[in-house]
Design a protein around this ligand. Structure first.
Ligand SMILES: NC(=O)c1ccc[n+]([C@@H]2O[C@H](COP(=O)([O-])OP(=O)(O)OC[C@H]3O[C@@H](n4cnc5c(N)ncnc54)[C@H](OP(=O)(O)O)[C@@H]3O)[C@@H](O)[C@H]2O)c1
Length: 259
């Protein structure tokens, strides 16, 4: 019993509310599930309703408190509307996870302004706007956790990084700026950095067994990432234990980045 109390003090999210963008698929879905199972009331935000409903149904069936909001984070109005709806479900969030992301990958010479704008809107502007909407309230209440999902492409070019790598590099800078602003008020802001994770985002690469094996060999652990690999790190960054960890980029990549 002592160990349970101790673990709860470090990691329990009981009584917390969370908003997870991109929470209906891949890494975001795994993180939404982890936060909900650790005790948080979780609102998942994405566009497609069937995937949102399936995610929430699974969590509710497991005894979790969860709900979904369908919204398009590629426009400023869409972000604002989704933020208000999400806050209306369980109240203002204590935890914000920005996992919604797109990777369009045209060759650099063919990267047009539409791809650039859409990439920046979803991957960078939406996290900025959501931070601006929820961060000051977290600071006022004296507790908050903002977690961005960036990419190894914030640190290196990798398979036509194009606009995607730029958006992720800027997102890591945003986390540091947010950390500087709000950490004195109990709000930590960090990023989780995936390597190569087998999710719908990577369908093309994931369906090539030779490339999958070559990428696994570049890790130290010897396999590519799974969405579930992010559960523990997300619970840590969302909870009491990580109160002195802020402005950091934490690599969850099986050693890919240091091999
Ligand atoms: N998989 C990897 O290897 C990898 C590597 C590095 C970084 N990452 C990053 O990790 C995060 C999660 O990626 P993932 O692999 O889990 O991808 P995923 O399975 O494709 O999930 C992406 C999520 O974002 C949502 N989304 C996309 N565009 C949206 C929009 N305009 N408005 C609202 N929601 C939107 C999607 O739902 P809807 O389509 O229904 O909107 C979905 O829930 C992303 O930020 C990605 O850049 C992934």
């Amino acid at each position: 019993m002592i160990s349970q109390t101790y673990l709860s003090e470090l990691f329990s999210l009981d009584g917390r509310t969370a908003v997870v963008t991109g929470g209906s698929s891949g890494i975001g879905r795994a993180i939404a599930g982890a936060l909900a199972r650790a005790g948080a009331s979780v609102v998942v935000v994405a566009r497609k309703e069937p995937e949102l409903a399936a995610t929430v149904d699974e969590l509710v069936a497991d005894g979790c408190r969860a709900a979904w909001v369908s919204g398009d984070l590629s426009t400023r109005d869409g972000v604002r509307a989704a933020a208000e709806q999400a806050a209306g479900v369980f109240g203002e969030p204590d935890i914000l996870v920005n996992s919604a992301g797109i990777n369009l990958r045209p060759p650099m010479s063919e990267l047009d302004e539409d791809v650039w704008d859409t990439t920046m809107a979803v991957n960078l502007e939406a996290p900025y706007l959501l931070g601006r909407r929820f961060g000051p309230g977290m600071a006022e209440r004296g507790f908050g956790r903002i977690i961005h999902i960036t990419s190894q492409q914030a640190h290196r070019a990798f398979v036509q990084s194009g606009a995607y790598g730029v958006s992720k590099g800027a997102l890591e800078s945003l986390a540091r700026s947010q950390a500087e602003a709000w950490s004195p008020h109990g709000v930590t802001c960090n990023t989780l950095v995936p390597g190569f994770v087998m999710t719908p985002l990577n369908t093309r690469l994931s369906s090539d067994p030779e490339k999958v094996a070559a990428l696994a060999a570049r890790t130290m652990v010897g396999r590519n990432g799974l969405a579930e690999d992010f559960a523990g790190a997300a619970v840590f960054l969302a909870g009491p234990a990580s109160g002195y960890v802020t402005g950091q980029a934490i690599f969850v990549d099986g050693g890919f980045s240091v091999h």
